[in-house]
Design a binder for this molecule. Structure first.
Ligand SMILES: Nc1nc2c(ncn2[C@@H]2O[C@H](COP(=O)(O)OP(=O)(O)O)[C@@H](O)[C@H]2O)c(=O)[nH]1
Ligand SMILES: [Mg+2]
Ligand SMILES: [Zn+2]
Length: 238
């Protein structure tokens, strides 16, 4: 019982800070994404390609979460973006408090879009609200076509799903129809974009980003209330 209460308190505290993060971002008119996927699915590669294509059109900031090293931060910086690296040590996900400190180091007034690359992990990052507007779940074909079904929590909460490394489809056993059917059962109607970050074939993703960023900017002008936190225990994530 005590243990359950402690977990609930941690999540409640996280939700409160996430709501503050969300308010700060909303006030600044910044659209914020929490990008979640397994290690090596191509998150940083997609950010690099995205920055190269969009940095002359909108101002993008990145928060990069990793257990160790600043390698992703260096890759992202080389593409001209403002980046804050969070090293979590043994921590397998980012929490709202870590993001709050990272926000202190970013000039939000000068940003249109903030992308948080979460720690490579398909499981517990799903349960923590960071203050984002959208959770984006990323899979790659090399992981196999059963991974949506095996990681239902991420699929259920995702506002958008990305399927990366489609250029490798011819080399691995991956049936797109199986993957799509599992996704559709778990989150009917969710948008899914197939792409290849290293080719790069990412136009649909760029269109999605630009339209959401524009909508967030318009919302700020319209002064619409900020939604409440979405942190959930995994068992509870529907
Ligand atoms: N062939 C191919 N390789 C990719 C693609 N996206 C990423 N990679 C490779 O996958 C590896 C892991 O990519 P990285 O972006 O570091 O993944 P992260 O751990 O999710 O940030 C690197 O060797 C990338 O070059 C893709 O679309 N196609
Ligand atoms: Mg990375
Ligand atoms: Zn974790």
């Amino acid at each position: 019982m005590t243990e359950i209460r402690i977990v609930q308190n941690v999540l409640k505290h996280n939700d409160e800070i996430a709501a503050m993060n969300r308010q700060r971002l909303r006030d600044a008119g910044v659209f914020c994404i929490d990008l979640i996927g397994s290690p090596g699915c191509g998150k940083t590669s997609l950010l690099e390609a995205t920055l190269r294509r969009l940095h002359s059109r909108i101002n993008i900031g990145i928060i990069a979460g990793d257990l160790a090293t600043d390698r992703d931060a260096k890759r992202i910086q080389a593409c001209g973006a403002k980046v804050v690296q969070i090293n979590t040590g043994k921590g397998c996900h980012l929490d709202a408090n870590q993001v709050r400190h990272a926000l202190d180091e970013i000039d939000l007034a000068g940003l249109d879009l903030l992308i948080i690359e979460n720690v490579g992990n398909l499981i517990c990052p799903v349960g923590f609200d960071l203050g984002q507007d959208a959770k984006v779940g990323m899979f790659s074909v090399c992981e196999g076509d059963d991974k949506a079904a095996k990681h239902p929590h991420l699929v259920r909460v995702a506002d958008l799903l990305l399927l990366n490394k489609t250029d490798l489809m011819k080399y691995v056993r991956f049936h797109p129809a199986t993957f799509r059917e599992d996704v559709e059962k778990l989150n009917p109607g969710v948008e899914m974009i197939e792409l290849s970050a290293t080719e790069p074939k990412i136009d649909r993703w760029l269109d999605w980003l630009l339209s959401k960023t524009q909508a967030a900017h318009d919302l700020t002008s319209a002064d619409i209330p900020v939604p409440v936190g979405t942190t959930k225990e995994l068992s509870d994530a529907r």
